[in-house]
Design a protein around this ligand. Sequence first.
Ligand SMILES: Nc1ncnc2c1ncn2[C@@H]1O[C@H](COP(=O)(O)OP(=O)(O)OP(=O)(O)O)[C@@H](O)[C@H]1O
Length: 607
Amino acid sequence: MKNVLSYPLGKTIKKLLLNVNRQNKKLYLYFVIYTITAAIYPFFSVLLPKLLIQELSLGGAAKVENIIKIILVYFILTSLFMFVKTIAKDYTYPKITKLRLDYIRDMFDKIVRVDYKYMEDATFFEVNGRAMDAANSNNNGIEGVYHKLFETPAVVLTTLALVFFIGKLSILILLGLILNVIVTMWISRKVHNFQYNMRKDISHAERRKDYYHKTTYDFGYGKDIRIYGLKDRILNNYADEILSYVNLHKKVKDKEYKLGFIGLVTLLISDSLVYGILIYLTVNGMPIADFSMYLTAILSLSTFLKTLIEDLSFIINEGQYVHDFYEFMKKDYGGKGGNRKAIEGDTLEIELKNISFKYPNTDRYIFKDLDLKISKGEKLAIVGVNGAGKSTLIKLITGLFDVSEGEVLINGVPIREFDKRELYSMFSVVFQDINILAYTIGENVACTTENINEGRAMAALDKVGLGDKVRSFEKGLNQMMLKIIDEKGTEFSGGENQKLAIARALYKDANMVILDEPTAALDALAEAEIYENFNQLVKGKTAIFVSHRLASTKFCDKIAFFDQEGLKEYGSHDELMKKKGSYYNMFLIQGKYYNEGGKIYEELKQA
Ligand SMILES: Nc1ncnc2c1ncn2[C@@H]1O[C@H](COP(=O)(O)OP(=O)(O)OP(=O)(O)O)[C@@H](O)[C@H]1O
């Protein structure tokens, strides 16, 4: 029976029950009421035919009032028991749904805390997707197992009573029924194991299918799909993915059908035993009323055994997904860091000490043996070609990714010693990809829903040139953004979103400011304004300015120029211009296009 249990079922159930204890102990009372009523309820149907046949077999002596009495008592008892067990179940099930939703909340809580590197890791989302499967359904996974744990003890009690009752009549009938049940269970486990072993392929197929599915209704892709005629490509891809997804499920069904044939044979054997023995006993003097009672009892037992086996198989099979869920929740996905608190009241010195880095699951080093120091209050411009690693460097400095080798130090302290939340609190970062949330403007700036300092939020918006726009809304800072949650939500332009992201960084007022291409979507005037206000924006703090626009390097103390091989040149603007290397060349080329009539370009050429 090695493959019956490949995970700790008992521990998994214990965890589920402990969770009930913590949240709602009253459920146990309803469970007891349900179990007693549901266990007794089926016996009314077993006894009814016997009592009726007994009375009817009296022939002319049968009394109508007796028959009416039997039927009336039957109806009153079945209705009463049915009523009580339904009430108990109807009270419990919504509470179980609440337990499951709490699990989902815990899982979201975990996901938003895991180390950022997993956010760019597809395999993490597959594992997380499987855990999500266990929590996402009303009928399977966590909630399904709770349902069965609630219902199955009643089935066990009824089954045991019927086994005892029928065992006394004929052991052979019992063995036939049990054989049938064992085979059914074996088939269920075989199919489950087959399916479980394919879970990686299934999760993978699901992720791919969901990607194409999401692409079709995500507004963000709408323009590209239309302008570049991507419709057929996406639909064809979607159709292909659906096909491979269906094929995987077809494999499972094929296995089920093949094994189902064995189940059919055992069902035939057990049915032959039941009818053969009952007919033999009746021919040899057993009353017809007993024949009828035993037949009903055997049919009930057969149904109950089947239900019991299905319930147990369900608990074992779905318990595996619940176990996976707990494993996911238990697994340490980083995100916590060390114990050190954020540095207060001081700006930062950043030192990259002989660091090397490659992204997880890749072979190519983005940086190899890189040394770089940013002193307190220094403004560093990071420039360079596309794909050189500028944004990656920001991820390393802010601790979103850990270096593969070497060390990042903040004010002399290794970055890994900081608690991650404390670490993140030290940076105001404007990322290249701006994410506006479907909250109010104020909440988008303050990144919180409580205790928003409206004066500071408006001041930050004024600094980036969005103050008047926000004041023009009737609700001001309380105006909702995006139309996903509120159809009256406002949509900002790309440049306005970028300004909002800068306002967010200003409001945070952290120890260090990092701006990753903050002006890419801004018009020339807004860009100039940001440059002019740069010193006011960073207020003497250490700052990094990543940009392709070399005009931005003018107000920075140092420039780090990166190309595909890493840090190519480092120094002040004047030093690098004198060097006449890559930075110089790039500056000349840009100057040609950016400066009025190429004036500066000409001047530089003559210099
Ligand atoms: N999550 C990731 N997994 C694997 N490789 C990645 C990941 N993110 C970025 N890269 C690779 O790392 C390299 C550096 O990317 P990065 O975004 O840091 O460049 P960049 O200098 O900021 O480029 P750009 O100027 O175009 O914004 C690129 O080759 C990119 O393909």
